[in-house]
Design a binder for this molecule. Structure first.
Ligand code: SAH
Length: 213
């Protein structure tokens, strides 16, 4: 299988027609080997236009959703980014291509360990994987320039807003357990400007300031 050809096809048929324009995001999507972030049996479907299961009832997000969320973060290479919901580690790898440091937190230990090992094997030495409840953020490593929540949340936890630098951006799928909308919050001093983007479906964010188990 020619995976780099599949990546070009993915960009051409899934990202460009839906309005992804940021050249750096497109280059990162052309580069990161998404097929290595899914199990062997699903490898041939890794570049399909959908989310795929990664075990423990969790999923790797659809390529388009990864691209949109990354584009909304407006990364220029210098940022410290917090990701909540490591999952396969694929989104973290895309972020690592475009930012200085990526702190990513996953509540399921087995999933976190698998992602950490893969990211290490691929040479992503600017990604730090943590196990724990990401709804509380990572106070010891705050503040961050960007925060990305990759699981559906009823609202954006206040503690996360506090861990964001002035001028920083939070992107998160906000809504019910079954469907959400991508929100983008931009911090200006002590207030936030909120924008509403594409409808989406993510697995639930489970934790103290998310959904209860
Ligand atoms: N970004 C991932 C996809 C994430 S799926 C990727 O690129 O593959 C959402 C993940 O969020 C799941 O792995 C789930 O276990 C995790 N999650 C859910 N609630 C969480 C919480 N409170 N803290 C950290 N991770 C959480």
């Amino acid at each position: 299988m020619d995976y780099s050809e599949l990546r070009r096809e993915m960009v051409r048929t899934q990202l460009l027609p839906r309005g992804i324009t940021d050249r750096r995001v497109i280059d990162a999507m052309l580069k990161v080997p998404r097929h290595l972030f899914v199990g062997e049996a699903l490898r041939h479907r890794a570049y399909d236009d959908c989310a795929l299961p990664i075990g423990e009832g969790q999923t790797i997000s659809q390529p388009y959703m990864v691209a949109v969320m990354t584009e909304l973060l407006e990364l220029d290479g210098d940022e410290r980014v917090l990701e909540i919901g490591t999952g396969s580690g694929y989104q973290a790898a895309v972020l690592a291509e475009l930012a200085r440091e990526v702190f990513t937190i996953e509540r399921i230990e087995d999933i976190a360990k698998r992602a950490e090992a893969l990211l290490r094997d691929l040479g992503y030495d600017n990604v730090y994987v943590f196990v724990g409840d990401g709804t509380k953020g990572l106070p010891d490593y705050a503040p961050f320039d960007r925060i990305l929540i990759t699981a559906g949340t009823p609202e954006i936890p206040e503690v996360l807003k506090k861990q964001l630098n002035d001028g920083g951006i939070i992107v998160a799928p906000v809504g019910s357990k079954y469907s959400q909308q991508l929100f983008r919050l931009i911090k200006k001093g002590h207030s936030f400007k909120t924008e509403y983007h594409t409808p989406c479906v993510f697995v639930p964010l489970i934790g103290e300031y998310g959904w209860k188990e």
